[in-house]
Design a protein around this ligand. Structure first.
Ligand code: GAP
Length: 514
């Protein structure tokens, strides 16, 4: 675990050093859980968004996009349930004055017991070697059984308390489990209170005439309230989807793990409107499609898993998360929900407008059911960054830091490097840049020795380096160096475009989704 923590720290500092992610307002000592994307980060982020957007709107002729405003009528958040129920249970430690999410403290306690079980299993596996039967060991080992019983009882008590919204019981669990504050080390806890996560502000020019508006905590409601507009103007027939990418804001109390949990973040959400009764079939279909989208990036199939929800929100009849193995464990990157007709019905009720679909095949009107896919851009960014980062040992004892980014997502696709800054090589290199830059993000670099320049490009994940040398002036060939293998081949300048395109085009990635 400590080793994983170290790797994560290195990734965070690499992200800063190479212009991917900066702490927000850094010269004023930063703003907690808010981050800025730098010159390379914004390109990687845009490429992720483009991959999602095109997969939704180009590959599905029944999905269209919108871009709704961040400010919306405040009643929308009453209708959606966010004003009354978008809360986290909070507890303070009186000694350190630190505030925690009570549910997170208990979840971490459960994870600690899981770790203890995993350690017992790993120890036994080492001791018994090939003859080790894990299932039998788990079913018979006294220590494992004891931990498991404790874990199951705790998990049950926790679920019951959360389901019943029983804040006193959450506090009692923390006391009974002897959970201490990681800062003060004491058990001097306050009561548990509910805390609404929405940011509020005032809209309007006079104090009397102003109204409280919220910064949206999800983009989805912008889609629901535009359902009728899009369905009518786009002449959409069910089943159809509306996709949107945009900022969302949550006053997260436990904000940590870098860009994993932020107060201002970005979501890519798609609401798919279906006939009542067909929602579970579509839910399963979207589960499969979304995992395929993730896996097509080639980050490693073993890094993904579904986490089906046992406890469903009152409006959902199925829900799953796609989790990704981050350096700090498997974590939710995307949520897929079958949200019934809850949201549209609520907006019907609160707005007084009929939000229905006339189904010509059934010859009847109904409020459509909805499957939602919702993925955080920043979490996706983090999963790509973490799984691409490598400190590679090279033959001869040298090391290099390389980002094995999926080539279509890389911020820079190719770097053109004159071997020396004289003899007409820079001019020749610029000619090549001037050809390639219309199709690919291309860098020109002439400073420092060529090896150093290769390392800089490796560190930002550039898939190709093109080196211009004296031979180039004679026969119009260059060296094409591939990032991952570091293999160098001599190729004709005229072939560069096709060779690069083959590897870096988004279309090649999208084709894998067919
Ligand atoms: N409309 C459904 C919805 O918003 P959610 O599970 O609360 O569902 C969806 O959020 C996704 O948004 C998550 O899977 C995660 O990737 C991302 N997300 C949520 N809160 C976040 C935060 N504070 N920082 C970064 N990403 C976040």
């Amino acid at each position: 675990m400590a080793q994983q923590d170290d790797v994560f720290k290195k990734i965070v500092s690499h992200a800063k050093e190479y212009g991917f992610v900066f702490p927000s307002s850094e010269i004023y000592d930063g703003l907690s859980a808010v981050y800025d994307y730098g010159q390379n980060g914004v390109e990687l982020k845009n490429n992720i968004k483009r991959y999602w957007w095109d997969a939704m709107t180009l590959l599905h002729e029944n999905i269209v996009g919108i871009d709704s405003a961040i400010f919306m009528h405040p009643t929308i958040w009453k209708a959606s349930g966010h004003v009354d129920a978008f809360n986290d249970p909070l507890i303070d430690n009186r000694d350190s004055k630190k505030r925690y999410r009570a549910d997170v403290l208990i979840e971490e306690q459960i994870a600690k017991i899981d770790d203890k079980i995993a350690k017992e299993v790993a120890k036994a596996a080492k001791r018994f070697g090939d003859s080790f039967d894990e299932a039998q060991f788990r079913a018979t080992n006294a220590r494992v059984l004891e931990h498991q019983a404790h874990r199951d009882a705790l998990h049950q008590r926790f679920s019951d308390a959360m389901n019943a919204n029983n804040l006193d019981e959450l506090r009692q669990i923390i006391i009974d489990e002897e959970i201490v504050c990681p800062i003060s080390g004491t058990k001097n806890w306050t009561e548990v209170r509910q805390f609404n996560l929405m940011f509020k502000t005032e809209m309007g020019s006079t104090a009397d005439g102003s109204m409280t508006v919220y910064l949206r905590p999800e983009t989805a409601q912008g889609i629901f309230v535009n359902y009728l507009n899009v369905q009518k103007t786009g002449r959409m027939r069910i089943p159809f989807g509306i996709a949107q990418i945009g900022k969302a804001f949550r006053n997260e109390i436990v904000a940590r793990q870098f860009i994993f949990r932020m107060r201002e973040f970005e979501q890519m959400e798609m609401q798919f409107f279906v006939r009542p009764g067909e929602e579970l079939r579509w839910f399963n279909q979207w589960k499969e499609w979304r995992l395929k989208w993730h896996k097509a990036l080639g980050l490693g199939n073993e890094k993904y898993r579904y986490h089906d929800h046992e406890k469903l929100a009152h409006y959902a009849n199925a829900a799953t998360d796609i989790e990704f193995r981050m350096p700090f464990g498997f974590k939710e990157v995307e949520g897929i929900h079958s949200r019934t007709n809850f949201d549209l019905s609520q907006h019907e009720k609160y707005s007084g407008k009929k939000i229905q679909y006339f189904d010509p095949e059934l010859n009847e009107s109904y409020v459509p059911y909805v499957i939602e896919t919702s993925i955080g851009v920043d979490r996706m960014f983090l999963s790509v960054l973490c799984s691409s980062y490598e400190e590679e040992q090279l033959p001869g004892g040298d090391t290099r830091v390389v980002l094995h980014l999926p080539a279509p997502l890389a911020p820079v696709k190719c770097a053109v490097l004159p071997l020396v800054r004289k003899d007409g090589l820079p001019e020749k290199a610029r000619e090549i840049v001037d050809e390639l830059k219309f199709d690919f993000a291309t860098h020109y670099e002439e400073k420092d020795a060529i090896g150093k320049r290769y390392r800089r490009q490796d560190a930002i994940g550039t898939p190709f380096c093109i080196t211009v040398d004296h031979q180039t002036l004679e026969d119009n060939t260059v060296t094409l160096r591939e990032r991952d293998s570091m293999e160098q081949t001599r190729v004709n300048i005229a072939d560069l475009h096709a060779l690069i395109h083959d590897r870096v085009s988004l279309a090649s990635l999208l084709r894998k989704l067919r």
